[in-house]
Design a protein around this ligand. Structure first.
Ligand code: SF4
Length: 333
């Protein structure tokens, strides 16, 4: 015969019950008492003593309102029907253009009047633009895609709760059900029975996600194809200026002057290229999103398969004990 405690609305949160009998009571976020899930008491006189602890008579105990065995079977059913991690919706992996930027780039050597012609200054400006940003287009695309993946995929490849690992939440849910079962069944289930530490450990998937191998050529190429501007297309954003500079003396000793040229506004060209790169990522976002979603789908499937296997093992272990439990005869205290 097994007894189950209940708490009424009279509870004022004095704490006496959950401080003295944490195996049966715990504290809610509001400081009130609640029953530890799956907790039963076999000893009637001990149960009466516990009921008497509460000055406002908020604790009651009922013996065999449903047997321990029946309660255990209910939890076993819940475990058997546990669906695992739900696959997220594809719409959760949208590439939102406004959330990304190429970063800030600027050239050096601007406003130096050291070129003898305007075209020479123009060429130097373009070369500087190429050096400081245009030559790094692939790295910038990779940075944007990595940012996108880090923000949306991280919960699917981290084991860290602080990083919002989706697996930690599900592991906790299963662990809670196992604790409930263990509370009912008792010591016949081992200490490690409630421990659930399942993560997708498919070596290939982890390797791909952690090292970013999938975000190399496979994703950069589609973005590059959408970015069909040549280096010369950015020439229009660069500016030049000229200034008369002292150029020594002529044969009569008179000072000579010469027009010299400089370039500037490299940052303007960089800004335009940055916008074009983000737009190209957006235009190729179908591929980026599809690839990200595919990785998540694989991880969720791997995780669920492992989780179900472990739950089946735990259920089989618990079932042996539960089936051997005696049936209780209904009787109220
Ligand atoms: S002893 Fe009674 S009033 Fe105090 S926390 Fe427990 S149920 Fe609430």
């Amino acid at each position: 015969m097994a007894g189950k405690f209940s708490i009424s609305k009279n509870c004022v949160g004095c704490g006496l019950c959950y401080l003295q009998y944490p195996e049966y009571f715990s504290e809610t976020d509001d400081g009130l008492a609640e029953i530890v899930k799956g907790s039963f008491i076999d000893d009637q006189s001990k149960a009466e003593k516990i009921v008497a602890v509460c000055d406002v008579k908020a604790i009651a105990v009922a013996f065999t309102e449903g047997s321990k065995k029946a309660e255990a079977k209910k939890v076993l059913e819940k475990l058997k029907n546990f669906q695992g991690l739900t696959l997220p919706r594809e719409s959760e992996f949208k590439f939102i253009r406004e959330n990304y930027s190429a970063g800030y780039y600027r050239g050096s050597g601007e406003h130096r009047y050291e070129y003898s012609s305007e075209s020479a200054a123009e060429r130097a400006g373009l070369a500087e633009f190429e050096r400081c940003m245009y030559s790094q287009i692939d790295a910038i695309i990779l940075k944007i895609i990595t940012e996108y993946r880090a923000s949306l995929l991280k919960p699917y490849y981290t084991k860290n709760e602080a990083e919002k690992s989706v697996y930690v939440q599900i592991n906790k849910k299963v662990s809670k059900l196992l604790s409930e079962l263990k509370n009912i069944v008792g010591k016949e289930l081992s200490e490690s029975f409630t421990r659930i530490e399942v993560y997708p450990d498919n070596a290939l998937v982890w390797k791909m996600l952690n090292k970013g191998e999938l975000v190399s050529d496979e994703l950069i190429s589609p973005v590059r194809r959408k970015l069909d501007y040549s280096l010369n297309d950015y020439k229009m954003y660069l500016d030049t200026d000229d200034m008369e500079r002292y150029a020594g003396t002529d044969w009569r000793g008179n000072s000579k002057y010469k027009d010299m040229y400089c370039y500037y506004n490299v940052s303007k060209a960089c800004e335009e290229l940055g916008k074009d790169i983000v737009n190209a990522c957006y235009w190729a976002s179908d591929t980026i999103e599809e690839q990200a979603y595919g990785a998540v789908k694989t991880l969720v499937e791997v995780y669920n398969k492992q989780l179900k296997k472990l739950i089946s093992q735990k259920v089989a272990e618990a079932e042996k004990v539960v089936n051997a439990m005696p049936e209780d005869s209904p009787k109220k205290n």
